[in-house]
Design a protein around this ligand. Structure first.
Ligand code: BTN
Length: 242
């Protein structure tokens, strides 16, 4: 599935470079990798700490023929590929926190940033960015309390190329399945690794703070929350605490 690999020792952000290449018509399957990012971007305008040769800092250009509203499903699909890839390469089992965090006991090991180039209804390109902490043995404050790495969790140094290929192998068949059968075929795999399933959570949406039981996701990838009064709420965007 990967059609071209652009590998940089150090760049601002693979996401930024991917956007630029996508505007220049780079084909689906173009992968941008960096050993270091000097301006790594996280969700919600946050920075993403991407020190030299310690992690997988990558962005992938996709051009699926799907409606704009389905783009968030690719974040969930990528989280499944990351969890399964880590399990296959390193033998340890992280969990997914909706929508885009991959965690070990509440500490973040990877984050996914899905962005789009689109007209109102037509997707031109989707850029899926993945930051995965691999070989850090410690993190600077304040990250030390919220971040972890595969090395910290497994107790050994991990080969970045092995993890990357393992994730891309998973990603490849998940994406093909998604294009052929839709997100409904990926959903049970996501649910099998989801930390929030059946748990009491607090969801801070841009408008309000809601609490209740996370009962799952629907076929479009929206988080379902059952409030104490029985009302079922659909959560499209939020920070989740559990
Ligand atoms: C998050 O906030 O959880 C998402 C983090 C995404 C970070 C990755 S690292 C590779 C790619 N390039 C960036 O600048 N950001 C994404």
């Amino acid at each position: 599935f990967i059609t071209a690999v652009h590998h940089y020792p150090s760049i601002h952000s693979t996401q930024e470079t991917a956007h630029q290449l996508a505007s220049e018509n780079a084909p689906e399957g173009t992968l941008i990798l960096a050993d270091e990012q000097t301006k790594g971007k996280g969700r919600l305008g946050r920075q993403w700490h991407s020190p030299r040769e310690t992690g997988i800092w990558m962005s992938l250009i996709l051009r699926p023929d799907i409606e704009v509203k389905r783009a968030p499903q690719l974040t969930l699909l990528t989280a499944v590929a990351v969890v399964r890839g880590i399990k296959n390469a390193v033998g340890i089992d992280p969990e997914i926190k909706w929508p885009n965090d991959v965690l070990f006991e509440g500490k973040k090991v990877a984050g996914i940033l899905t962005e789009m180039q689109a007209e109102p209804d037509k997707v031109h390109a989707i850029i899926v960015g993945l930051g995965l902490n691999v070989n850090q043995s410690q993190f600077p404050a304040p990250l030390d309390t919220i971040a972890t790495s595969l090395r910290i969790e497994s107790g050994k140094s991990v080969n970045r190329t092995d993890v990357l290929s393992s994730i891309l192998i998973e990603w490849d068949w998940l994406y093909r399945t998604f294009l052929k059968e839709g997100f409904a075929a990926v959903k049970p795999l996501w649910e099998a690794h989801a930390l929030t399933m059946g748990k009491r959570i607090t969801a801070r949406t841009p408008k309000e703070t809601l609490t209740g039981i996370a009962t799952g996701i629907d076929d479009s990838g929206v988080l379902l929350l059952r409030q104490d009064d029985g009302t079922l709420r659909h959560i499209y965007s939020a920070d989740i605490e559990c």
